[in-house]
Design a protein around this ligand. Sequence first.
Ligand SMILES: Nc1ncnc2c1ncn2[C@@H]1O[C@H](COP(=O)(O)OP(=O)(O)OP(=O)(O)O)[C@@H](O)[C@H]1O
Length: 352
Amino acid sequence: MGLALEGVTKAYGSVEVLRPVTLNVAHGEFLTLLGPSGSGKTTILRLIGGFTQPSGGRILLDGRDLTTVATNKRPFNTVFQDYALFPHMSAADNVGYGLMIRGRAKPEIRRIVGEALEMVGLGHLPDRYPAQLSGGQRQRVALARAIVCEPKLILLDEPLSALDAELRRQMQGFLKDLQRRIGTTFLFVTHDQEEAIAMSDRIVVMNTGGIEQIGSPKEIYYAPRTPFVAGFFGDNNRIAAKVVAGGRIEAPFIDLPLPPGRDATPRPVLLAIRPELVTLDARPGAVEITCVVDEVAFGGAISHVRLRPLAAPDERLVAKLTSARDPRGLEPGAAVTVSVAPDDIAIVETAP
Ligand SMILES: Nc1ncnc2c1ncn2[C@@H]1O[C@H](COP(=O)(O)OP(=O)(O)OP(=O)(O)O)[C@@H](O)[C@H]1O
C-alpha cells in the first residue's frame, strides 16, 4: 500500500513526454526523481498532484484510484521551487491558510501553526512577512505550510534550487530530518545527484521521459543498470567489453569470469568502475592492471591519477587515491600495478 503509478503516460498532442511509468512509493518513504532537464520529473510530480491529467494509466493511493480526483481533493501538498507564499500574509497566516479554509477553529489553528513554525525553527518569527524573511526562512515557511494539514504525501519540486550552496546543504539536512520526524512520504524532484544521494531512501533516475533505474542511492551508485546511469552519477570509468563464449568477459585491459547467475549469451556490455575503487594495494582475487602513470592531479586528501594500461595504451583508467595510500611517489611515466576487486566492477547491459 502507498502511492502507485500504473503505466502512467503523458503526451502533448502527438508528442509523448512520458513513456509508461510504473512506480510504487511506500508510506514514509523519501523518494527522489532525478534526471537531466526535460527528462519528465516535473511532469510526474504534476500528474501525481493532479495539476495535469495523464494520457493513460492510473494513479492510486492505498488502492484508491485518484486519477480523475481534483487537485484539492487529493491528500497531498506541494512545495514549489519559488515557495508560492502569499506576500501580504505573515508567516503564521501563510502556514495557517490551509487550515482556515478547511474551517478549523481559530485557537486550534494558532496551536498547530505555532507547533509547525517551531518544527521548522521559525517559532520566533510568526509575524514576519515573506519579504522580511531570508530565502531559507521562506522555504521553511513553505514547508511548515505543507505539513500542517497532515497530507499523506508532500511533493517537492526542486525546493532548494533558489538557495546558495551553503544554505542548500543546511536545508538538505533539515528537510531529511523533518521528514524522519513527521514520517510523511516525500516525493522530491532534483537534478542534483549529490542531493539525491544524500537525502533519499530510493532514487528514480529519469532520462528522456522514461525511468532508467529505481534503487537505493548505493544501488544506483555502485550497480548502475544502464549506460546512462553509469555516466550520470559522478565519475565512473566506463569500458566497452564483451561477454564471450566460455563464460568470460573481455575488455581491452580486463579479462574476468562472468559472475554466477549472469546471462552467458555473447553480447557487448559496458564495465563501470568507480575511480575510488581502483587501489594501489595487491589484494587476493583482485583484477590486476599494470599501467603507466599519465597524469597526477593532487587534490589534498584525494588525488586523481590518470593511468594508461600497458595492455591497451590508448585507453585510460582513472583512480582516486587517498593521500593515506601515498600517491606522492607517483609521477607521470612511472609504472604501477593497480587492482580492482571483481565485485567492484559493475557489468552494465547496453541493449535495452
Ligand atoms: N505544457 C507542455 N506542452 C508541451 N510540452 C511540455 C509541456 N510541459 C512539459 N513539456 C515537455 O515535457 C518534457 C518533460 O518536461 P518536465 O518539465 O517534466 O521535465 P523536467 O525533468 O522536470 O525538467 P526540468 O529539470 O528542466 O524542470 C519536456 O520536453 C518539456 O518540454
